[in-house]
Design a protein around this ligand. Structure first.
Ligand code: DOR
Ligand code: ZN
Length: 367
């Protein structure tokens, strides 16, 4: 017999699920946040901002624009452009970040913190990924900045890969943890550090063993896929991102961490749109566009793992706690109703190919 009930699926959470024949058909949870997001700039903002604000209340906005956000004035101006692209009836708070360069001074850092709009400083090792050429060439040389971040209690967000061309692309995260991160943590034990978009079992273990000052974001593509999805039977450029998808056992380790209820692991999509022509070419850009279906895809992964009751804390509580921000009061509702992702979305004068383009997603926003 078909029954419909509304129940809290976890006493410690605020999540409510409608169940029919014991299958969850509707999920009501605290509105989540995205702790790692690329919105880009200019004519593409209406698309990227709309997708994120439909799902998330706040997002940490990555600063790696073509001309990176390296000071307070640029961050303020960028935040304004994002807010101008906000559709009506949506509340959304862009949490701005600064791009760490060798030129960043303690004075500028103090100014940025005093402005109240900067929530993290992002470290890109130079050459490691998209628009990282202005990143850091020598980690040791910016220890004074780490010292200031620690003193001012500003989180350090890290793209934790080495860019040394001698190091195999599949080992770059592991080597960064071994050669740099352990030392940084030892030298600055009070500094809050977010290891962004972790992709390996080594990173999971590293975070688990580190102090409570160290946390990690996990993307949807690294939970959904391993490198076979990108390379078997032909190259799929829209699954190419950095850090690159790894082996299946790493994917499994990330999934175990995400559904573990360990507050050190939380949602960060790393949604990173690129125009179709710059992905589908002989030297394609790194980045997966996932903002259009982000929370729906996380719900799919958590449901398949039998852990829907763990989704709310992963998506709406742990990141906020780490950044010492209040939990959102608004709610988000998802229904179990398959929909087909469009083949493309408009992206300024171009188009962007979203994850799952032309394929089904099982959860849908109920707006
Ligand atoms: O795949 C990625 N794309 N990884 C990054 O670290 C940057 C991002 C981008 O900005 O396109
Ligand atoms: Zn990113």
């Amino acid at each position: 017999m078909t029954t419909s009930t509304i129940l809290s699926i976890d006493n410690s959470s605020n999540t409510y699920a409608n169940k029919i024949n014991n299958i969850v058909t509707k999920l009501t949870m605290t509105r989540p946040d995205d702790w790692h997001l690329h919105l880009r700039d200019g004519a593409v903002l209406p698309t990227t901002v709309r997708h994120s604000v439909q799902r998330f209340a706040r997002a940490i906005i990555m600063p790696n624009l073509k001309s990176p956000i390296v000071n307070t004035d640029q961050a303020q101006a960028y935040q304004k452009r994002i807010l101008q692209a906000l559709p009506t009836h949506y509340n959304f708070k862009p949490l701005m970040t600064l791009y760490l360069t060798d030129q960043l001074t303690t004075t500028e850092l103090q100014k940025a913190v005093a402005s109240g709009i900067i929530y993290a400083v992002k470290l890109y090792p130079s050459g490691v990924t998209t628009n990282s050429a202005s990143g850091i060439k020598s980690i040791e040389s910016i220890y004074p900045i780490f010292e200031t971040l620690q003193r001012l209690d500003v989180p350090l967000s890290i793209h934790a890969e080495v860019s040394d061309p001698q190091i195999d692309i599949f080992d770059r995260e592991k080597v960064f943890l071994e050669d740099y991160l352990g030392k940084i943590i030892k030298s600055f034990p009070e500094l809050r550090i977010i290891i962004e978009h972790i992709t390996t079992s080594q990173a999971v273990d590293f975070v688990k063993e580190a102090s409570t000052q160290v946390a990690a974001t996990i993307t949807i593509q690294h939970l959904l896929y391993n490198r076979n999805a990108m390379l078997l039977g032909g190259i799929r450029p829209h699954l190419y991102c950095l850090p690159i998808l790894k082996r299946a056992h790493h994917q499994q380790a990330l999934l175990t961490a995400a559904i573990s209820g360990n507050p050190k692991f939380f949602l960060g999509t790393d949604s990173a749109p690129h125009a179709q022509s710059t992905k589908e070419c002989s030297c394609g850009c790194a980045g997966c566009y996932t903002a259009h279906a982000a929370i729906e895809l996380y719900a799919e992964v958590f449901e398949q793992a039998g852990a829907l009751d763990k989704l709310e804390a992963f998506a709406a509580f742990y990141g906020a706690d780490f950044y010492r921000l209040p939990h959102n009061q608004e709610r988000l509702q998802l229904v179990k109703a398959a929909w087909t992702v469009p083949d493309a979305y408009s992206f300024g004068a171009n188009q962007v190919i979203p994850l799952r383009a032309g394929e089904k997603v099982t959860w849908k926003l109920d707006c």
